[in-house]
Design a protein around this ligand. Sequence first.
Ligand code: HEC
Ligand code: HEC
Length: 203
Amino acid sequence: MSVPDMALVEGPEIFATLCAQCHGAAGEGKLEMKSPSIAGLPVWYVEDQTGRFKSGLRGYHAEDIFGLQMRAIVSSLSTEQISDAAKTVSELASVKTTVPEGAKESIDRGRILYANRCMECHRYNGTGDVVFHSATLISLNREYIEEGLIKYRDGFRGSVPGDIYGAKMVSVTQGLTDVQIKDLANYIGALANGDDPRPALER
Ligand code: HEC
Ligand code: HEC
């Protein structure tokens, strides 16, 4: 019998005892905890974002209660433990953002916005790109997308000096109305389910 590899058992344990409390047993996210679905996110992104919470680039605002909770949790973990947990998270089956019922007009408006203001960094299929440090959008819960965009716009995320990646999203969201933000979140549901934004790109 071989000796169990401790590095391998650690990730699932950290996930089950800690992360699952807020992100759900399958990493699907919990509406009432304002936690996103993290299942299947790439390792680089999980490490990057948990690092941001730890260093105070994210979850810094006194009124961002849920972001502060996430920050407190990761601050108690070592870099190695976070890497192990990130590996476990990346191996969970990702869930697709859902399409809202009866929101055709909103989705149509969202497609135009997405094609012209988001696609260059988050790609035509919403998977994000490590080169731009941009996130995968198509597995996030719509409520989280909506609140996340409001957070960037209103100074709750991305506004710490030196946060070059967050600053991109702060600049992108300036001037977006609440309705446009909802349209975008609704559209990402359609995008996750095969919609193609490319024909909506204005040249
Ligand atoms: C106390 C509840 C709580 C616990 C425990 C927790 N999280 Fe979170 N996590 C959150 C909340 C809430 C957010 C969203 C914060 C925000 O809106 O900025 C979040 C955000 C994240 C994000 C960013 C996702 C994205 O799309 O940007 C990652 C990655 C993440 N958590 C991973 C983890 C991992 C890994 C663990 C276990 C080590 C963990 N979380 C434990 C509440 C929690
Ligand atoms: C210039 C490149 C760029 C453009 C354009 C852009 N993004 Fe982003 N986006 C990023 C980067 C980089 C991040 C990661 C920022 C961070 O770490 O806080 C990000 C993060 C996000 C997040 C947070 C994801 C998460 O998991 O928490 C959402 C939601 C998002 N973008 C949506 C959009 C939407 C919608 C648009 C169009 C209105 C858009 N982005 C346009 C680069 C961009």
